[in-house]
Ligand binder design. Structure first.
Ligand code: SF4
Length: 97
């Protein structure tokens, strides 16, 4: 009896979309850094604070960020479930970590 090798698992498109979105965000960030600029959240842990009020308060600082669109796309594609991304606190209510 002849056996066939198992087919490699295909990557779901969602993973490919998430990878592409994160790559696009990374490239946009590198481009910004090359111009000696940084997003408002750089080196600021309030965006990932355990405190909901803190995360909500910093959300308004995302609006002028040049990475707003790729950040939103990346958060959506990766189904981000913690922290503030693109002006939206993605942490479900009640979750603290
Ligand atoms: S839009 Fe994204 S990259 Fe820009 S400050 Fe907000 S969380 Fe940071």
């Amino acid at each position: 009896m002849m056996t066939t090798a198992p087919r490699p698992r295909e990557r779901p498109n969602a993973n490919a979309d998430a990878d592409a979105a994160m790559r696009a965000l990374g490239n946009a960030l590198l481009s910004l850094l090359e111009r000696d600029q940084a997003p408002p959240c750089a080196l600021d842990d309030r965006w990932t604070s355990d405190d909901h009020t803190t995360r909500a308060d910093v959300a308004k600082h995302c609006q002028p960020c040049p990475l707003l669109d790729p950040c939103d796309t990346a958060a959506t594609a990766t189904k981000a479930r913690f922290g503030t991304w693109a002006g939206i606190d993605r942490t479900p209510r009640g979750r603290t970590t």
